[in-house]
Design a protein around this ligand. Sequence first.
Ligand SMILES: [Mg+2]
Length: 232
Amino acid sequence: MADFVLGVDLDGVCADHASAFRRVVAGERGIDETDLAPQQTWDFTEWGLDRADFERLHRAGVLEHHMFRTMPAVPGAAEALWRLSDAGVWIRLITHRLYTNWGHAVAVADTVAWLDEHAIPYRDLCFLGDKPQVEADAYVDDAPHNVVSLRATGSPVLVFDQPYNAELDGPRAAGWAEVEEWVLDRMAAAGRAVQAPMPLPEAATQRLRAHLTTEAGGAHTATAAPPDAADR
Ligand SMILES: [Mg+2]
């Protein structure tokens, strides 16, 4: 049977975009982060940003502050995604991060470095503008417009709680423990077998790190052969 595919959004679900962008805006304005009110709206109107301000600051955030590489992870995301992956869920990350013109190399490189750094497991990584249906069996997202458009296609979508999506109907999750529970329920409801975890000696989030070359050029335990140019 085909794998159960979970479409997972990055910003506001796996990655704490609001904290990272707060740091950028405070830095650019020369103020303290605590001087900025808690984010309540999707477009940061409480910080007095119009569209042009947002685009300028976001561009600085991506290209100069490298926010896609440095932002905090949402607590529990990596651990829950590893458990779901071990249970047989196909993790398809979906992100709308290429909205900074002429900054794609930085956005993509910083995103994949961040995913390794935080040991987020995935099989597909989709950089998409408007988030269309990408043939996942279920989705988790925080953006009101994405939730509405995906639900309009008939897809099950779990709302990841954020202040700017409180008006959306459920199902919703207050954190990753609730995401995990919902996904396993959806999987069972779809008649897919939930695989028992393999007894492995290392914690799941350590598995990825153990197989990466360290940036300092230290231990290198990757076993994959280098790509053959003839294969491209
Ligand atoms: Mg998002």
